[in-house]
Design a protein around this ligand. Structure first.
Ligand SMILES: Cc1ncc(COP(=O)(O)O)c(C=O)c1O
Length: 430
C-alpha cells in the first residue's frame, strides 16, 4: 500500500500551506529522541513534536502504566461519575501547581484548557452579578490556541485573520522590558480604569508561538500584582511553558505573585496523549457553588478526564519526581548558553536567546514578515536533510528537545546550525 499517496488523497494536515505541501514524512516508530521513518531514517526530534514530549518518545515507564490502565478501563463519563486516575492526578497536581487551594478541571487539549479558563473568569463575575466585568487584557504577540476564545485573546495576525470580525474585543498591552515598563504600566492602568476588566491572560516568561519571545519575570510580577489589586483574575497560560520548558517546573515558579487560574496541556502527559487541565483557586470555584442552577459551569467534553490521559500524566509527573529532571534541564541550558555565546556575533544572527530547554535564534532577513517569512521553508528543508526536525517560526529557528537528549546529539544539532549559518552568509537569501 502506498501510504504517502493515501495521505495526500485523504488527509488535511494542520498548519500546512496546501498548494505547495511536500510529501509528508511517514513515521513508523518513535523512541527516545528519535522519530523513525518507513524508509530507514532516524530523525532527531528537536522540538519535542510541537513541544509536547518531555522524557523522550515511548518512554517504557509511561508505556507500562498505560498498558496497566488499559486493561482496567479505557474511558467512562465524568459527570456524575469519577475514577482513580483523575483523583490521583488532581492530588498530585494540587501539590505542585502554584495556585492556592486548587480545583482541577479537565478538558482535552491546550486550546480547551484556555477556553475553560476564560469562561471561568467571565462567569465568575456573571455569577457575582458584576456583569459589566467582561473584558480580557492580553499581551501583544500572544498565542493561546485555535478556538474562538483563544484566538480572541491573541494578537490579531495571520493565524486568525479570516475570523477577525468574529473575535471578541480584547485590550492589548506591550510585553514589558526594562525600557518600556513605565509605558506598559500606564497601558494596563488605563484599561483597568474602565472598570470592566475580568481577566488578564499571559504566557509567563516565554511567548512560544510568537517566536520564543522571552521577558523578565520581575515585570510580569508587578503587572500581576496590579491586576490582583484591581480584583482582576490572572490566568497563566502554561500550555507551552509548563513541565520544565523554562528551567523550573512551571514558569510561574519564577514569580512572587501566583495565578488565580492556570492552563496546562502539552507536556502534562509527557507528550503521550492529549489532556487539558485548568486549575482554578477556591475563590473562583466558590462563586459557582450556588442554589441558582443558571450559575452552573455548563462546560464539558466527551473525553473529559479520560483515564488513559490521566494515567499518562501521573506517570509523567512520577518520572519527573524520581529523576534529576530540573538538574538535567540546567545542564541543557548551560550547553545552550555556551552555544549562544559562540554564535551571537555571527553576521546573520539578529538575536539568540535561551531559557531552560529553549534555544531560539532569530535570523536576519530582508523579508520583514514573521511567521510567513520565506526563510522558514529553507530552514526546515536544510535540517530535515540532516535528519533533524526543527520547525521554525518564520525566521526564528528554535530548539525544545526532550530532556533525554544526549550531549552528543545536542552537539550534532549545534554543529549543523553553524553549518546553516555559514551557508546563509555565503548565499544570498531573499
Ligand atoms: C501558550 C499556548 N496556549 C495554548 C496552545 C494551544 O494548545 P493546543 O495546540 O494543544 O490546542 C498553545 C499551543 O501551542 C500554546 O503555546
Amino acid at each position: 500500500m502506498n501510504y504517502n499517496q493515501l495521505d495526500k488523497q485523504l488527509i488535511w494536515h494542520p498548519f500546512t500551506h496546501l498548494k505547495y505541501q511536500k510529501e509528508n514524512i511517514l513515521i513508523t516508530k518513535a523512541k527516545g529522541v528519535y522519530l523513525y521513518t518507513n524508509d530507514g531514517r532516524k530523525i532527531i526530534d528537536g522540538i519535542g513534536s510541537w513541544w509536547v514530549n518531555v522524557h523522550g518518545h515511548s518512554h517504557p515507564y509511561i508505556v507500562k502504566r498505560l498498558k496497566e490502565q488499559l486493561s482496567q478501563m479505557e474511558h467512562c463519563i465524568f459527570s456524575g461519575f469519577t475514577h482513580i486516575p483523575a483523583i490521583e492526578l488532581a492530588q498530585k497536581l494540587s501539590k505542585i501547581v502554584p495556585v492556592k487551594q486548587p480545583k482541577v478541571f479537565y478538558s482535552d487539549n491546550g486550546s480547551t484548557s484556555v477556553e475553560v479558563a476564560i469562561k471561568m473568569a467571565l462567569q465568575y463575575f456573571f455569577n457575582l452579578n458584576q456583569k459589566n466585568k467582561a473584558k480580557v487584557i492580553a499581551f501583544r504577540n500572544a498565542y493561546h490556541g485555535d478556538t474562538f476564545g483563544g484566538m480572541s485573546v491573541a494578537e490579531r495576525n495571520v493565524f486568525n485573520l479570516p475570523f477577525k470580525k468574529n473575535l471578541f474585543q480584547t485590550y492589548f498591552i506591550d510585553i514589558p522590558t526594562e525600557k518600556n515598563f513605565h509605558k506598559v504600566k500606564q497601558q494596563l492602568l488605563k484599561h483597568l480604569a474602565k472598570q470592566n476588566v475580568a481577566a488578564f491572560i499571559y504566557e509567563p516568561i516565554i511567548q512560544g508561538a510568537a517566536g520564543m519571545i522571552m521577558y523578565d519575570a520581575k515585570f510580569l510580577d508587578e503587572l500581576i500584582a496590579i491586576c490582583q489589586q484591581h480584583q482582576v483574575i490572572c490566568i497563566a497560560d502554561e500550555v507551552f511553558t509548563g513541565f520544565g520548558k523554562t528551567g523550573k517546573l512551571f514558569a510561574s515558579d519564577y514569580l512572587k505573585h501566583k495565578p488565580d487560574i492556570m492552563c496546562l496541556s502539552k507536556g502534562l502527559t509527557g507528550g503521550f496523549l492529549p489532556l487539558g487541565v485548568t486549575v482554578a483557586n477556591k475563590r473562583i470555584y466558590d462563586a459557582f457553588v450556588q442554589d441558582d442552577k443558571t450559575k452552573t459551569f455548563f462546560h464539558g467534553h466527551s473525553f473529559t478526564a479520560n483515564p488513559l490521559m490521566c494515567t499518562s500524566a501521573l506517570a509523567n509527573i512520577e518520572l519527573i519526581e524520581k529523576s534529576d529532571f530540573l538538574e538535567k534541564i540546567r545542564q541543557l541550558e548551560k550547553s545552550h548558553r555556551e552555544f549562544a555565546m559562540s554564535i551571537k556575533n555571527h553576521p546573520v544572527v539578529k538575536d539568540v536567546r535561551y531559557k531552560g530547554l529553549v534555544l531560539a535564534l532569530e535570523i536576519q532577513t530582508k523579508d520583514k514578515t514573521h511567521y510567513l517569512n520565506e526563510l522558514s521553508k529553507e530552514i526546515e528543508t536544510f535540517f530535515i536533510q540532516k535528519n533533524i526536525l526543527l520547525r521554525p517560526l518564520g525566521n526564528v529557528l528554535y530548539l525544545v528537545p526532550p530532556v533525554c537528549i544526549t550531549q552528543k546529539q545536542l552537539s550534532y544539532i549545534y554543529t549543523t546550525i553553524k553549518e546553516f549559518l555559514v551557508k546563509l552568509s555565503t548565499k544570498s537569501f531573499s
